[in-house]
Ligand binder design. Structure first.
Ligand SMILES: [Zn+2]
Length: 310
């Protein structure tokens, strides 16, 4: 799973400079952008022709897909929080497990199609492969929406959301990568592939979190103080580790600084300000959503920073 997005498009956007003896991107001029030597005329013409043909064949459909990608995956994602959820066992079997499997299969299927093609629309099976790729990505976007519209039981809410976020980011990554096919030049390739890599990194982060929560939930008794969420883990563990007794302010401040260490500035908050975030941490135990807890803490931090509090 950690190998998500590990494929590359077999497409040429650069030519060998006879002077530098290095591959150089083919841009507006026919010259090497570094040393200005003339690149091979035939190679440059062939590259431009391929790019033009691909854009003619694929650009419109890819633009439509990209637009849908933005509509569905530009965060923060919203989730259904009302309605009748499935029973926890059923939700795990019928929603969580298939969603994880779909994430894996999507990566494998996209990689297989990408590796099988050099995306020359004149080749007989190229259009077929392209159509299949687009359908896969379209369906994956629909799956994100379906997950958002599914009400999870409390036990699986955090995992459900993390998996949905992982799926959204993964599809986003694949779509950005696919834009390589209709890229105008090497610069555009760098741009879309950087966006793709960022989205894949985000997907991996959410998968890691989802897996961590599942592991925690499996390890702990269902009737224990722990819900299926990392932040509750911190709050409950801390509470039980101090024997459910009151603690000194300095210790409370330490807990907050550690729990919210990813928020800029929290690690250096003075004790009296840090303890003001404790209620948020406890609230996080009920919200059971890591991202939401961090968002809450971030907004509280802004209040703490306002002039009347300094
Ligand atoms: Zn050169």
């Amino acid at each position: 799973m950690s190998d998500i997005g590990e494929y590359s498009f077999n497409l040429v956007f650069s030519a060998l400079c006879p002077n530098c003896n290095e591959l150089r991107p083919v841009k507006g001029s026919d010259k090497c952008p570094i040393c200005s030597a003339l690149l091979d005329v035939n190679t440059v013409a062939a590259i431009r022709k391929s790019i033009h043909k691909r854009r003619q064949a694929f650009k419109v459909r890819l633009s439509r897909l990209t637009q849908r990608m933005h509509e569905v995956t530009d965060g923060p994602l919203e989730f259904k929080s009302q309605g009748m959820p499935l029973k926890p066992e059923d939700h795990f079997t019928n929603v969580i497990v298939p969603a994880k499997q779909a994430l894996l299969s999507l990566d494998e299927d996209v990689a297989r199609i990408v590796n099988s093609q050099d995306w020359n629309p004149d080749q007989p099976n190229c259009i077929k492969a392209f159509t299949k790729l687009i359908r896969l990505l379209d369906d994956a976007l629909a799956a994100v929406t379906a997950l958002q519209e599914t009400m999870p039981p409390l036990d699986w809410r955090a995992v459900h959301r993390e998996l949905t976020r992982a799926t959204a980011s993964s599809v986003r990554g694949h779509i950005f990568m696919t834009l390589t096919i209709s890229a105008l030049d090497a610069d555009e390739v760098t741009k879309v592939q950087t966006n793709g890599t960022l989205a894949f990194a985000d997907a991996k982060e959410h998968i890691k979190r989802a897996n961590g929560i599942v592991e925690l939930a499996m390890r702990l008794p269902a009737d224990g103080p722990f819900q299926a969420d990392g932040s509750l883990d911190i709050a409950s563990l801390t509470w039980s580790s101090i024997g459910n007794k009151s603690i000194p302010i300095t210790r409370g401040a330490e807990i907050v600084r550690k729990a919210f260490s990813q928020i800029i500035g929290v690690s250096t908050l003075p004790d009296e300000q840090a303890v003001m975030l404790l209620p948020t941490l406890a609230l996080g135990a009920r919200a059971i959503d890591h991202t939401m807890v961090v968002e809450l803490a971030t907004s509280l931090r802004e209040i703490l920073d306002s002039p009347e509090n300094t």
